[in-house]
Design a protein around this ligand. Sequence first.
Ligand code: ZN
Length: 452
Amino acid sequence: MHKSGSRGEIVGADWAVTAALDEPRRRWAVRVVDGLIDDSGPVGELRARYPSDDFCDAAGCVLMPGFVNAHVHLYGVLAHGVPAPAQPVADFWGFLDDYWWPLVENALDHEMIAAAASWVTAELAAGGTTSFFDILEAPNALPDALFAERDAVARSRLRGVLSFEATERMGAANGRAGLDENVRFIEDCRAEAAASGDRVSGAMCIHTTFTCSEPFIRQAFDAAADLGVFCHAHVNEGVHEGRWCEEHHGMRTLEFYDRIGVASPRFQASQCVQLSPREIDILASSGIRVSHMPLSNCEVGGGIAPVLELLERGVTVGLGSDGYMNDMFAVMRGAFLLHRAATLDPGAISAARVLHLATEGSARTLGLDRVGRLEPGWHADLQLVDLEGPRGLPTPVEAHNLLDQLVLWRSASDVRRVMVGGDWIVDDGEVIGADMEQLRAHTLEQAARLWS
Ligand SMILES: [Zn+2]
């Protein structure tokens, strides 16, 4: 792996977490060459080994893998605080039918989508996220809704996997257009990546069992298999979908997916909050990958996902923000606190485990190869997080408490520098090349247009 002939960059810090489940290392560095981690070791040794390399010394910081946000809705930023309907909605179905679908998703157009993508990708980068999976729900923005997002995502230089959430709730033709959008986008991104090294890619995506028919779901999974991508669906975000499936299919949601033959590692299922014991068995035996959104589950009153049991059963689990709070430190803290409270056990989940979910675990749910660790041969997707400064704790940082300090007391605003694939995209807490004031003004303008 060592390429002593080519010039590299050594990134060193007071501490390094090269893989979430490994012991933190003091005064440690990695060497980056051609976008990959090439070597790693104690700062002094690495510098002596490659004396002509550039050197970034992040004193007071911890060097660690960038976050992988396994589930976000970039457009969601436009809807934060959108006025509630005059009549209080009666239930979940009323919320979707009378409020969320007509007033938010159906009203989105290309300009709004692009503005939200520009703002949120900058926000993600500034907070240490280096890869994400986006789910766009905008049936009236077809065709080319994903293409409207792509420029902004490409500019951010993040690794972005984008998908359009196809649904038949507006009819068969609109459903078909949603699937076609994904197919065209996946193919186009491949051509672009080959031409320009673009980090944007696509995936297949459908909404839920209650807005998609069996033939439609099969079609989506067949297309995903043909294209060699995963297919995402929201699953049992609250109690409603499981009950709906019992009424309409005589079985619960994941039993239905299993019966129609799509329960496999190709399936990336988000939420998975309300699960029967049989559904947990299906997740464990089928290899379905799961993304967990602790904060948005609380916000929508969905419940507490049985994540500890899924992990124990060997399910691949990642963490996402769901477009609610995109600060992955807050999301990690949510998982850490929620599952301890739910189990009445302060040892139920460790800081190392939640960091693993937010990095390598999420990368695995998205099929991102060699993303989520800082080891030779892995992508140089990293962040430097300030442990000192005015917000540092007045207690010594040691190997045994470093991860608790990160998960319990740090936030997106403590991120100093971020690198994706060898490119610095955040320096001194600022997103390089982004005019945040201008982005904020434009996004505000588009949110006002959506609300009107
Ligand atoms: Zn979602």
